[in-house]
Design a protein around this ligand. Sequence first.
Ligand code: ARG
Length: 458
Amino acid sequence: MAKMWGGRFKKELAENAKAYSYSLAVDQALLEYDVQASCAHVQMLGRQKIISAAEAHKIVKGLKAIGKEYADTDLTKFATKYEDIHSFIQAKLEAKIGPAAKKMHTARSRNDLVITATKLYLKENSTAIIGKLVMLQKALVRCADKYKEVIIPGLTHVQHAQVVLLAHHILSYVEMLERDKTRFANALELCDELPLGSGSISGTTLPIDRAYVAKQLGFKRVSKNSMDAVSDRDTLVEFLSACAIFFMHVSRLSEDLILWNSQEFGFIELSDEYSTGSSLMPNKKNPDMLELCRGRAGAVYGNLISLLVTMKGLPMAYNRDMQEDKKPLFETVDLTRATLDVLSGLIMTTTVNTSRCMLAVHDSYLYATDLLDYFVERGCAFADAHTLVGKIIMHSQQNGKDLAFFSLNDFKRFFPKTDKKVFECFKPERSIARKNSIGATGNHSVARRIQYWKRTLR
Ligand code: ARG
C-alpha cells in the first residue's frame, strides 16, 4: 500500500494532482525524526496495551531498520510513488514486517505526526546552530585578542569619527551573536512541546499516554490544545525570524570585512582558502565567500516572509497549506549552518595588516573630540568648546594645515589657556587609553571583555 487513505475513493488521484501535491522530495529530510517519533508512539501503544507488546516490538525493529536502510539514500527517486515521508515509511514497513505494520498509525494522524517530526528536526538543529554560534564567537574573540593593541578609525556614516580598538569593533559582533543565541534558545524553548497525541484535530478516544511519548522523545512539555498543536507553525516562524536577524548580523559583518579587505582600507587580508580569483583579471583576489554570506540573507528573509504569508489567515486547524513550511525551513537551516561554518573558518584564517591600520589613524580630525574634551577640562563649556574646535577645523581646512602641525601659538589664538599638553590629544594610544568606562573602547575595558568572553565561551 503506497497510500495511507483511499477506502472511500473510486478513482486514483490524477497524475498532475499527484505531481502537484506529493512532498517526499522535500520532506525526506524528516526520515530519522519520523522514525524516532513513530518508535516512541508505538512503544507507548504497546505499554498501554492498545497493541500487543510483540507487535510493538516488531514495528519498532522494522522502523529502526528502515531508518538505517534509507539514511543516506536520496528518496527523490520515489517521489512520484509515495505521497510523503510518512506514507513512504508506512509502505516500507508493511513490505518489511507484514500486517503488524498496519497498527503503527493507531491513535495518531499525519497532522500530529508531521509537526512532531518537524519539531524534533528543529530542536536538533537549533541546538547545533547555538553550538556553531559559539564557534563563531570564539573565532572572533581569538582575533580580537590576537590584535588587541591595534587601533583603527571608528566610522559613523562611513566617515572618520573617533579612533577605536579593532578588538572593540570585532567584539561588537560577539555581542550581537550572543543575542542571536538567546533568540535561538527561545525558539528552542517554544518548540519543546510534544504535538503527537493530538490526532487530526481533537485527540483520540484510545487510552494513550502522551507524557510517556514526550519523555521518550525528549520534549519538555505536552501540548495542551490539540487544535493549536496540529496547526501551530509560529514556533517555526520564531526560528526563521531568529535566522533572519542572525543573517542581518552576518550581512553587516560581511560588509565590514569586505570593506576592510579592499585596497582602499587594507586593514585585513583574507586567506587564500576563503578568497577566489577572476577568470580574466589575474590580479584579483575576491571576497566571494563574504559576498555570498551577505547575499544569502536575501533567501533567508524571503523564507521567513514565505512562511508568514502562508500562515496568514488560515482557518483552524490543519490545512494542506502547512506542508509548504518545510522548504523554507530546511533551506534556512542548511544556509544558517553552512554560513556559520564558512564564517568561522574565514575569521580564523584572516590576518590583520597592522601597519595599514596604524596609517589610517594618522588623521588629526579623528581626535577633534579629544581636543574638545581638552578644552572642557580647562573650564570651557561643552557647547563653547564644540564651536571652538569647529572654528579650529575650519581654519585648518582653509589654510591647508593639518591639526597635527598646529603650533602652541596657533592653538592659543583660539584658546589662550592652551598649554603644550594639547599635543597629547592627537595620540591614538592616549585617546583609546582614556576611554575606560563600561562598554567603551579603552584598553582595560576591552581587555576585561575579552577575558569575559574567553571565560564564558569555554
Ligand atoms: N505532507 C503533509 C504535510 O507536510 C502531512 C500531513 C498531511 N495531512 C493531510 N491531512 N493531508 O503537512
